[in-house]
Design a protein around this ligand. Structure first.
Ligand SMILES: N[C@@H](CCC(=O)N[C@@H](CS)C(=O)NCC(=O)O)C(=O)O
Length: 247
């Protein structure tokens, strides 16, 4: 059996899938792609959208983190991530969708807005897991990379500020909930908690996440101050990650 995960090391949607695979104890080969160069590879696999993550399980191709989690629970039912009880299942899927649709894009926009202003920090993260010369390539072409990424994901000060508000609302809500109950849906760890932990992981930079995280003091002051201010709300997610992420 061969399981391949086409991904960007930096992608938090890819982290959802890495975590799910590790949680289920499934051995897999990561195929780390360089943003930009990924399009050809992914379109050849899926014949449609270019986004990662994409899973290849013995030739069965699945694109998108949520569809991949569905598939993994079907194909590898041990250590389920989708609750069996219908009400908890519905709740878990609703949380996952909300986090995928709101939090994923918000954290990406907010973090890149500041990190793209520090090429020396962001280039090694974008090229993580790919051949060393990609760092040189990205550094040389950085002003174009910056322009394309900002244009593609509509990243600017205004959208970064709006994203920060989305994050603040969600972090407050999640911290309140985790103060009252251990899990978002039902009485077990599920794909809802996994999604919250994976998508928000860039805020607490866990060592299992395979990118060279920048040291706190090298971040732009705006980013550092905000992270300090929101530490209490970020902490429950960090604890959840530490408890359930394993390797
Ligand atoms: N809803 C999708 C979102 C995936 C996504 O936004 N992937 C980004 C990286 S974080 C991507 O591949 N962007 C480049 C592209 O779409 O070509 C999922 O859950 O997999």
């Amino acid at each position: 059996m061969t399981v391949r995960l086409y991904q960007f090391a930096i992608s938090h949607y890819s982290e959802k899938v890495r975590w799910a695979l590790d949680y289920k104890g499934i051995r897999y080969q990561p195929v780390n792609l360089l943003p930009g160069q990924h399009i050809k590879t992914i379109r050849a696999l899926t014949g449609k959208a270019s986004s990662v993550p994409v899973l290849d399980h013995d030739g069965e191709i699945i694109q998108g983190s949520s569809a991949i989690l569905d598939y993994l629970d079907e194909a590898f039912p041990e250590h389920p991530l989708t609750p069996a009880d219908p009400a908890s299942r519905e709740q878990a899927l609703a949380w996952e969708k909300r986090l995928d649709d709101e939090v994923g894009p918000a954290i990406r926009c907010w973090a890149y807005h500041y990190l793209l202003q520090r090429p020396k920090l962001v280039v090694p993260m974008l090229a993580a897991g790919t051949p060393f010369y990609n760092r040189i390539l990205l550094s040389l072409a950085f002003s174009r990379v910056d322009e394309i990424m900002r244009d593609w994901m509509k990243i600017n000060q205004k959208t970064a500020d709006a994203s920060q508000q989305v994050l603040e609302a969600l972090l407050s809500e999640l911290a309140d909930l985790y103060r009252q109950q251990p899990y978002l849906a039902g009485d077990c760890f599920s794909r809802a908690d996994l999604t919250a932990g994976a998508l928000l992981a860039p805020l607490f930079q866990p060592p299992q996440y395979p990118v060279p995280w920048p040291k706190r003091q090298r971040l732009l002051p705006a980013m550092r101050t905000w992270l300090d201010q929101w530490q209490a709300q970020i902490e429950p997610l960090e604890n959840l990650y530490r408890t359930h992420r394993g390797r």
